[in-house]
Design a protein around this ligand. Structure first.
Ligand code: C2E
Ligand code: CA
Ligand code: CA
Length: 623
């Protein structure tokens, strides 16, 4: 029935089919084989898909048009044989009037007779094999059987290929699920470490550096609480696509968990100055990408991120590098700086956190704490001092004078903040009382102290505030309380704050503008001061967006009757910009660094200062 050559060809095809092949390739070969095996002029094959029949191959060229016409019209012998699931055998097409729309095409291609054979498997037709002959004469039984045999083989290959493809898809999606995050489609932790490990190896050989950015969204939990998880998810997807858009093709971004993303960059210069400049520019780009407002559920949501960076020029350990970036991120969060670069030394000191924690619990008894004061001055020249902010310092026996950002977080976590905070309140009131007695009307009107959420929720705070103002003869209005805006949304803390204000303590919203719905929050809560966060100020004067934001904040705050303080003012240009934007008061290194009370007292009592209130020039103080 089949020539020995045809059988050999089929066996060879079967051997190839056991390896990698595409189903279209296989069907093409089968077409050629069947045309050789029979005394025919051409063959074509179509396969059935969801949308109908799809043309795969026909040979020689004139039959291509005929087959494509079947796909275009979704009709013809192919479709009919698949639907009826039986062979259609036409001995003379001129005597058959079932497909008038094909007549012209068949005549044009020189078709005299044809067979359309369904590719049957698993109880259905998977496609059809068309055999064409130019001469119109009856097909023999044997010819129909050979076509049927080839159709059976084609069907078997189709099933195999479909099973194999389904297995591939399942495998790939399993693999993807294991390595990628479902929500954002980004690589997960395991894949991140694998890719980073590889990048570190390359960096070592190529003498290039790698930078890892650890990005954590600030107060993301609030978004979930306020708007629900569906919006929370949408925010995460938006953040991830913004981050992706801010990257080059070969930068790698992963989502570690919840609201944590890690990005690494390879092939960076090793020169420290160049590298740091690059890292800062990218940090700013990522920060901008995340903090652009988003619209969801009819609300404007503004997310900010804290970013920690670790860089290395050695083929070190991927986990260690990510941990370093993570610690740097925590540091950024603690000082609310948005951005911090890790150095290896930080990590070793982080390792001795327990030790530090023990020391911190004893620092009050050992008299190692100090309160520094940073002047808050009028925006208008001559920048008279209106108030001071009390900022905690730790005179550490080994590490020297530590700024608050390096230990406040630890004090909050360990609970030491309670006793420390009360001590600060007492010291601040004592100092204000002393200045007021010594300087009279030239003394600052008030001192602001910072309160952490845990201090506000501590019921003994009331007594401590009362005792401090009484003991040092200060009016309650002389002791202002700075609270980060986040706390205003807390239904437990809000009534306590309202009580303190009722007793006469002015309230200031600290780090204003960093929360995600800052403006709407303070509309509902009575406060007296808004302190515009230093990150806004530091974008001035170049950053148009920040300038617009500062102007908008000032506008709203003024409408609500608040006094606006801009903090983190570092340059003369910023003073000019902020004053033009309508800020009432300014605070920052440019005007005065935080200093000991003694240092300030001696400045203020210098004979040069004979204005009604202590005044500062626009020079940068050296302390
Ligand atoms: P904060 O309330 O936002 O304080 C401002 C921080 O910015 C201070 O850091 C200050 O030294 C620094 N700073 C002032 N002017 C400039 C400037 O022009 N440029 C820059 N880059 N920074 C400037 P510090 O003292 O390390 O305090 C960090 C944070 O620790 C404070 O942030 C505050 O939230 C907290 N903190 C400080 N003292 C206390 C305290 O007694 N109790 C509590 N609970 N928290 C405190
Ligand atoms: Ca503050
Ligand atoms: Ca602040």
């Amino acid at each position: 029935m089949l020539s020995s050559q045809a059988v050999k060809d089929l066996v060879a095809l079967a051997a190839r089919a056991a390896g990698e092949f595409t189903i279209d390739e296989l069907l093409r070969e089968l077409c050629t084989l069947v045309a050789h095996a029979l005394d025919v002029d051409g063959a074509g094959v179509m396969i059935g898909e969801e949308e109908g029949v799809r043309f795969v191959h026909a040979d020689p060229a004139p039959f291509v048009r005929v087959e494509v016409l079947q796909e275009t019209l979704q009709s013809g012998p192919c479709s009919d044989c698949m639907r009826g699931e039986g062979a259609i055998v036409v001995d003379d097409i001129t005597l058959d009037d079932r497909w008038p729309e094909f007549r012209a095409a068949w005549l044009g291609a020189g078709v005299g007779a044809l067979i359309a054979m369904p590719l049957l498997a698993r109880g259905g037709a998977w496609g059809a094999l068309d055999i064409y002959r130019s001469e119109a004469r009856p097909w023999t039984q044997e010819e129909v059987e050979v076509v049927s045999l080839f159709a059976g083989i084609a069907a078997a290959y189709l099933v195999m290929a479909a099973d194999r493809d389904a297995a591939h898809v399942a495998h790939r999606s399993l693999e993807r699920a294991a390595t990628h995050d479902e929500l954002t489609g980004l690589p997960g932790r395991a894949l991140l470490y694998r890719l980073l490990e590889h990048a570190l190896g390359l960096a070592g050989r190529r003498k290039r550096a790698v930078a890892v950015f650890f990005i954590d969204l600030d107060r993301f939990k609030d978004v979930n609480d306020a708007f629900g998880h569906a919006v929370g998810d949408a925010v995460l997807i938006e953040v991830s696509s913004r981050l992706v858009a801010a990257l080059r093709d070969n930068d790698v971004i992963a989502r570690l968990s919840g609201d944590e993303f890690v990005i690494f960059f390879e092939d960076l210069p090793r020169d420290p100055a160049q590298l740091e400049a690059w890292v800062r520019a990218v940090g700013q780009r990522l920060d901008h990408a995340v903090s652009r407002p988003m619209q969801f559920a009819g609300a404007e949501i503004v997310i900010s991120a804290s970013i920690g960076v670790a860089v290395t020029s050695e083929d070190g350990d991927a986990r260690e590098l990510v941990d370093d970036a993570d610690s740097a991120m925590y540091e950024a969060k603690e000082v609310r700086a948005r951005f911090a670069i890790s150095s290896r030394d930080c990590r070793s000191s982080a390792g001795s956190q327990r030790h530090l924690e023990r020391e911190l619990s004893r620092c009050l008894d050992r008299d190692e704490l100090r309160v520094f004061y940073q002047p808050i001055v009028a925006a208008d020249p001559p920048h008279s001092v209106v108030a001071v902010e009390a900022l905690l310092r730790w005179q550490h026996p080994e590490h020297g004078l530590l700024a608050a950002h390096s230990f406040i977080g630890l004090a909050e976590r360990s609970g030491a903040i309670g006793a420390i905070g009360k001590w600060v309140i007492d010291r601040a009131c004592a100092q204000l009382g002393s200045w007021q007695r010594q300087l009279g009307p030239r003394a600052p009107e008030r001192v602001f102290v910072n309160l952490s959420p845990s201090e506000i929720s501590d019921s003994s705070l009331d007594a401590a505030l009362g005792a401090a103002v009484d003991a040092h003869g200060v009016a309650p209005g002389g002791l202002g309380l700075e609270i980060v805006e986040y706390d205003f949304s807390d239904s437990l803390l809000a009534p306590r704050l309202a009580e303190h204000r009722h007793r006469g303590h002015p309230l200031a919203v600290d780090d204003f503008g960093t929360g995600y719905s800052s403006l709407s929050r303070i509309v509902d809560f009575p406060v007296d001061y808004a302190k515009i966060d230093g990150t806004f100020v530091q974008g001035l004067p170049q950053d148009e967006r920040r300038r617009a934001l500062v102007e908008a904040i000032v506008d709203v705050a003024h409408k609500l009757g608040l006094t606006v303080i801009a903090e983190g003012v570092e340059t003369e240009e910023q003073v000019i910009e902020l004053t033009a934007a309508g800020c009432d008061l300014l605070q920052g290194y440019y005007l005065s660094r935080p200093q000991s009370a003694d240092a300030l007292t001696s400045q203020w009592t210098e004979p040069v200062c004979n204005q009604p209130a202590p005044a500062l020039g626009t020079h940068r103080p050296t302390t």
